[in-house]
Write a protein that binds this ligand. Structure first.
Ligand code: MTE
Ligand code: MO
Length: 249
């Protein structure tokens, strides 16, 4: 069974437990229903967490590239972004919403206060260059657990602040990659605040995939059941222009 069919089986098992849920629904303390939904989510997400596959290779600090090319958008137009840069992103917020129980709105300080993961990895761009760099930030999986994914959620969409050739940049991954331990929301690069050209204040690192999946300038993370409504429906800016959605290396 693939991971996602295993998850579907689990959703099925949840549906079988419905008579119990109906009894809970009759209970005036509705919170118990919510709690049982949370336990269910924890169980399905645990399953993903324990089966997300191997780690991408990590490197020593001495192996970092002296120059890490910036590619695609290297800044964001408009007054709002310029003001954010001037004020150190003090009133910037990341939204996590869509198919979640508790939509979140998080400041940069709140993201930095969460447990952090640091990793030095190699970034591979389809255009034929690579660079090794260090990244720090909270794991995406922990944030999705805090928001409480609904059982219908199958993908997360990253909405970015920049436009490329007039269209908004966006990307998406499935829940296996979303819960992979090396999938982090990086606010720091090589020990310094993430530079504007590399996606300040926040970009995602998905270390087993190609560079174009690693959305910069992430503003909003939306849990969704299908990718058809976004862009031209292929799951990402470059996917809409012919690249593969699953860009595994
Ligand atoms: N928002 C946004 N994210 C993006 C891009 C972009 O143009 N806009 N380019 C992608 C591509 S093709 C690559 S190779 C990497 C480049 O990241 P870097 O600038 O940190 O090297 O970001 C990816 N994420
Ligand atoms: Mo790229």
């Amino acid at each position: 069974m693939t991971l996602l069919t295993r998850r579907a089986a689990l959703v099925g098992a949840g549906a079988l437990a419905l008579p119990g849920c109906e009894r809970l629904n009759a209970d005036p303390t509705f919170t118990r229903v919510l709690q049982s939904a949370e336990r269910f989510n924890l169980a399905s997400q645990r399953l993903l967490l324990s089966s997300t596959g191997p780690l991408a290779r990590e490197y020593a600090a001495s192996e970092r590239s002296p120059i890490f090319k910036a590619n695609g958008s290297t800044s964001v137009g408009g007054e709002t972004y310029a003001r954010w840069v001037e004020t150190g992103f003090a009133d910037w917020r990341l939204r996590i919403d869509g198919l979640v129980q508790r939509p979140l709105s998080l400041s940069l300080d709140q993201l930095k206060a969460l447990p952090q993961r640091s990793q030095i990895t190699r970034h591979d761009c389809v255009e034929g260059w690579s660079a090794i760099g260090g990244w720090t930030g909270p794991q995406l999986g922990g944030l999705l657990r805090a928001a409480g994914l609904l059982p219908q959620a199958r993908y997360v969409v990253f909405h970015c602040a920049d436009r490329l050739g007039g269209a908004p940049y966006y990307e998406s991954i499935d829940l296996v990659d979303a819960f992979h331990p090396q999938t982090i929301l990086a606010h720091a690069m090589n020990g310094e605040a993430l530079p504007v050209q590399h996606g300040a204040p926040l970009r995602v690192r998905i270390e087993r995939q190609l560079g174009y999946k690693m959305a910069k300038y992430v503003m909003r993370i939306e849990a969704v059941a299908n990718l058809a409504p976004f862009g031209r429906g292929k799951g990402g800016y470059w996917e809409d222009r012919g690249y593969e959605w699953y860009a595994g290396i």
